[in-house]
Design a protein around this ligand. Structure first.
Ligand code: ZN
Length: 331
């Protein structure tokens, strides 16, 4: 299988890979958690920011999934959603800081960085652009970049976004990615508490985002082992069920199996969702403070929900140029 095909499969919505009979519109389920994370991240903000972000809650929630949609249009988008930490063989924050310096010095070939994921760098890059948008009082960009940043930070909290075995394809567990990040939150969100307290300033965003992906990566063995253990105990007929989705019959992990897996994980999915929410708030707050904490009440009140104002494709292509320029500097 070519590297490009592997990359495509890795970032293609997994329910489409595993259950190919699903209609495209079923993506809404896959986007469920992202929307909740951006929505609740607003509750972590101090009053000055909260008033502004709450006013644009619908935009920030709905556009939280745009980075995933862009993967079908933009060649370099896919690599921003994951990082194969095995490739870097790093075990400490200190080593990872050195890794970033090596990337800056062009010590690591750019194709290695791209093929094994750019997630931490995507977060840092978008955060810097968000700071600039606050400085320039550019509301459409503040909203677009806030929504994007929320997406990448949320991805960084998913253990299977930090490993080469991203869908259990190396261990005979294909489908586990969608089970963990889509099926479980969708089934059990009613049990979760998403009020996570107040956001705080991040002193060192570089170390902070590396810390997050490393934490996620340490959870990979548990995510895989528990599913394998339960699968061994569950007959296939009990592991899967068929659910009606429009006119189609959709193969899905059964509620029974999902419940057992969710219990075995002992709150892991809720914890990663809660962490995502507070960290999105932290990164938003940090970008705003780094811009000098401008008063958002004074910003021009405009509506940016109309597609014609967002111009997604043109903006994204412009982003790529900026990002690719930055990548050239970095690696
Ligand atoms: Zn993503």
């Amino acid at each position: 299988m070519t590297q490009r095909l592997l990359l495509f499969l890795k970032t293609f919505p997994l329910f489409l890979v595993v259950f190919t009979q699903l209609p495209f519109s079923a993506e809404a389920w896959g986007f469920f958690a992202h929307k909740q994370i951006n929505r609740y991240a607003i509750t972590t903000l101090p009053p000055d920011m909260f008033r502004f972000y709450k006013k644009h809650l619908t935009f920030l929630t709905e556009k939280s999934v745009n980075p995933d949609k862009r993967r079908y249009m933009i060649k370099h988008e896919a690599a921003k959603h994951f990082i194969d930490l095995e490739m870097y063989q790093t075990s400490s924050l200190h080593e990872n800081k050195n890794l970033f310096k090596r990337v800056e010095k062009q010590d690591i070939p750019k194709d290695i960085i791209v093929s094994h994921g750019e997630l931490p760098w995507a977060v840092l890059n978008v955060q810097k652009k968000l700071t600039q948008a606050f400085i320039h009082r550019d509301i459409p960009k503040i909203l677009k970049l806030s929504a994007d940043l929320g997406h990448y930070i949320a991805d960084a909290h998913v253990p299977l976004h930090t490993t080469q075995n991203y869908d259990g394809q190396m261990t005979g567990q294909e489908g586990i990615h969608a089970l963990w990040e889509t099926r479980l939150p969708t089934l059990f969100i009613g049990l979760y508490n998403f009020f996570v307290g107040q956001a705080s300033y991040i002193e060192d965003p570089l170390l902070h985002i590396w810390d997050i992906v490393i934490q996620s990566h340490t959870m990979v063995p548990k995510v895989l082992a528990l599913e394998k253990q339960l699968s061994a105990q569950s007959p296939v007929l009990l592991k899967y069920s068929f659910e009606q989705s429009g006119k189609l019959l959709k193969k899905q992990y059964s509620v029974e199996f999902s419940t057992l897996y969710h219990q075995a994980l002992q709150g892991q999915v809720e914890e990663r969702l809660r962490q995502s929410i507070i960290q999105v708030g932290n990164f938003w707050l940090t970008a705003w403070m780094n811009a000098g904490s401008p008063s958002l009440d004074d910003f021009e009140d405009i509506t940016v929900m109309q597609d014609q104002k967002e111009q997604p494709i043109q903006e994204t292509i412009a982003d790529i140029k900026i990002y690719s320029d930055q990548c050239t500097r970095l690696g």
